[in-house]
Design a binder for this molecule. Structure first.
Ligand SMILES: Cc1ncc(COP(=O)(O)O)c(C=O)c1O
Length: 391
C-alpha cells in the first residue's frame, strides 16, 4: 500500500458528527472505541487533497466562488473516464450537499401532497425530505430474499400508475443494504417510470465505491429517454472523505428540469458553495484515483471480515456490493431495541446506526460503517463476538 489506511486517528473533541453522536448515546466510552455509524471515514483525507488545499490557502484568496470552466471540465472527465458517461459542462449544477440537491429535485418535480416513491429500508434523510416538504411517501419496500434485497417490480408498477405519484427518489448504490443495481434492474425501473411519467431523482453519491466483481451504471447513461427524466445527484465526498467541505455536483441533461431545480436552490439560497469544496473536488478527480483504488481494497477486506464474523455468529447480513456500509440482522439475538442498544453500547462498545432509522423494515438491524483500519474493525468485532458468546 502506498497510502496509510492503518493508523488510528482520534477525532474526539474535534466536532466530528459521528464521534459526538457516540458520546450522546453513552458518555462513558473508553478511549479505544471508534464509532461505526455516520458515513465518513476513519482515514485521513487523501494527501493530494490536503496538500492541494494547503497550497491553495497559501494564496490567501477565499472570496465567493462559482463553478469555473476548468472545474466543470474536470467533473465532466471524471464521469467519462470512471463511469463511461458523456456529460456536458452546462448540465452540472452545484449544491452544497447531495441531500440539498435531492430536496431541490423533489421540489422541482412535485407539488405538496403529490407522491414520491421510495424503497425502504433507505437512507433516513430521504424519508425526512418527503415528510418535511409535505409530499406523500409511497413506500415500495425492498423484497428481502434471505438478505438479498431486490426491487418489488410488481408493486412499483402498480403505484407508478397512480397519477398522483410524480417522482421516484432512488438510491444507487443502495444505502443501507449495499446493493449495486444491475443494468437489467435499472432498465426495468426506468421503463416503468418512463411509461408512467415519473421523474427519477437518483442519488448516486456512492457511485465510486463499488466492490470488486460488481459494476455500477449511472442510471441516466442508459438511454437518452432516461437521461431526459433523471436528476443525478453526485459528490466526491463519500469517495474521498471530504463530506465536511460540502460540494456536490447535480447532473441534469433536461434543460427544463435543470432550471426548475436551479430555481429551487436559489429560493433556498443554496446555489453557492464553499471555495474549498471546489478545490478539493478538483484535486480528488485529477489526482485522487490511486488513493481511491487502495481504499477499495481496504473496504473489500473489511467487508470480508464482517462476512466471516457474522456468518460464524449466525446473524444474517446483506452481502454488500458497494458503499462502505454493512447491514446486519440482530433479531436472532431476541433482544428488544432498547436491550440491544444497551448491550451494544455498554457491553460491546459498538456504536452503529440503528436499522429502524431506515424505516420499519430495518427494525432489529444495525448498519456498520466499515471505513476504518482493518485492525481496529477486527478489535471491535472481536469484542462483539466475545460479548455475544457470553449471552
Ligand atoms: C445515499 C446518501 N445520500 C446522501 C448522503 C449525504 O450527502 P450530503 O452530505 O452531500 O448531503 C449520504 C451520506 O451518508 C448518503 O448515504
Amino acid at each position: 500500500m502506498n497510502y496509510d489506511f492503518e493508523s488510528k486517528i482520534s477525532r474526539k473533541n474535534t466536532g466530528s458528527a459521528k464521534w459526538e453522536l457516540m458520546y450522546k448515546c453513552y458518555d462513558k466510552v473508553c478511549d479505544d472505541i471508534v464509532p461505526l455509524s455516520v458515513a465518513d471515514m476513519e482515514f485521513h483525507t487523501p494527501p493530494c487533497i490536503v496538500e492541494g488545499l494547503k497550497n491553495f490557502l497559501d494564496d490567501g484568496i477565499l472570496g465567493y466562488t462559482m463553478a469555473y470552466d476548468s472545474y466543470l471540465e474536470i467533473v465532466k472527465n471524471w464521469f467519462k473516464e470512471q463511469h463511461d458517461y458523456n456529460i456536458e459542462k452546462e448540465w452540472i449544477v452545484q449544491s452544497p450537499g447531495v441531500v440539498d440537491g435531492f430536496i431541490a429535485g423533489l421540489k422541482a418535480v412535485c407539488k405538496e401532497g403529490e407522491g414520491v416513491i421510495i424503497f425502504k429500508p433507505i437512507y433516513p434523510p430521504m424519508i425526512a425530505a418527503i415528510e418535511n416538504n409535505n409530499f406523500k411517501e409511497v413506500n415500495v419496500p425492498l423484497l428481502n430474499h434471505n438478505e438479498r434485497y431486490e426491487i418489488d417490480f410488481d408493486t412499483l408498477e402498480k403505484v407508478a400508475k397512480d397519477p398522483n405519484n410524480k417522482a421516484l427518489l432512488f438510491c444507487s448504490p443502495h444505502n443501507p443494504v449495499g446493493r449495486v443495481w444491475s443494468k437489467e434492474e435499472l432498465e426495468r425501473v426506468g421503463k416503468i417510470c418512463l411509461e408512467n411519467d415519473i421523474k427519477i431523482i437518483c442519488d448516486e453519491i456512492w457511485m465510486d465505491l463499488i466492490r470488486p466483481g460488481n459494476e455500477h451504471h449511472i442510471f441516466a447513461s442508459l438511454s437518452k429517454e432516461l437521461q431526459n427524466i433523471i436528476i443525478t445527484c453526485t459528490a466526491p465526498s463519500k469517495s474521498f472523505n471530504i463530506a465536511g467541505l460540502k460540494n456536490s455536483n447535480i447532473i441534469i441533461a433536461n434543460e427544463e428540469l435543470r432550471e426548475a431545480l436551479r430555481d429551487e436552490l436559489i429560493k433556498m439560497h443554496l446555489n453557492s458553495i464553499n471555495v474549498l469544496g471546489y478545490k478539493a473536488c478538483e484535486y480528488a478527480y485529477t489526482e485522487g484515483l490511486p488513493w481511491l483504488k487502495e481504499l477499495l481494497q481496504v473496504i473489500d477486506e473489511n467487508f470480508k471480515l464482517c462476512e466471516e464474523v457474522f456468518s460464524k455468529l449466525n446473524l444474517p447480513y446483506s452481502k454488500a456490493e458497494g458503499t462502505y456500509v454493512f447491514w446486519v440482522d440482530f433479531r436472532p439475538l431476541g433482544m428488544d431495541e432498547e436491550t440491544l442498544h444497551k448491550f451494544l453500547y455498554e457491553k460491546a462498545g459498538i456504536f452503529t446506526n440503528p436499522g429502524k432509522n431506515f424505516g420499519p423494515e430495518g427494525e432489529g438491524y444495525e448498519r456498520f460503517n466499515v471505513a476504518l483500519p482493518t485492525k481496529i474493525l477486527k478489535e471491535h468485532l472481536d469484542r462483539l463476538v466475545s460479548e455475544i458468546e457470553k449471552l
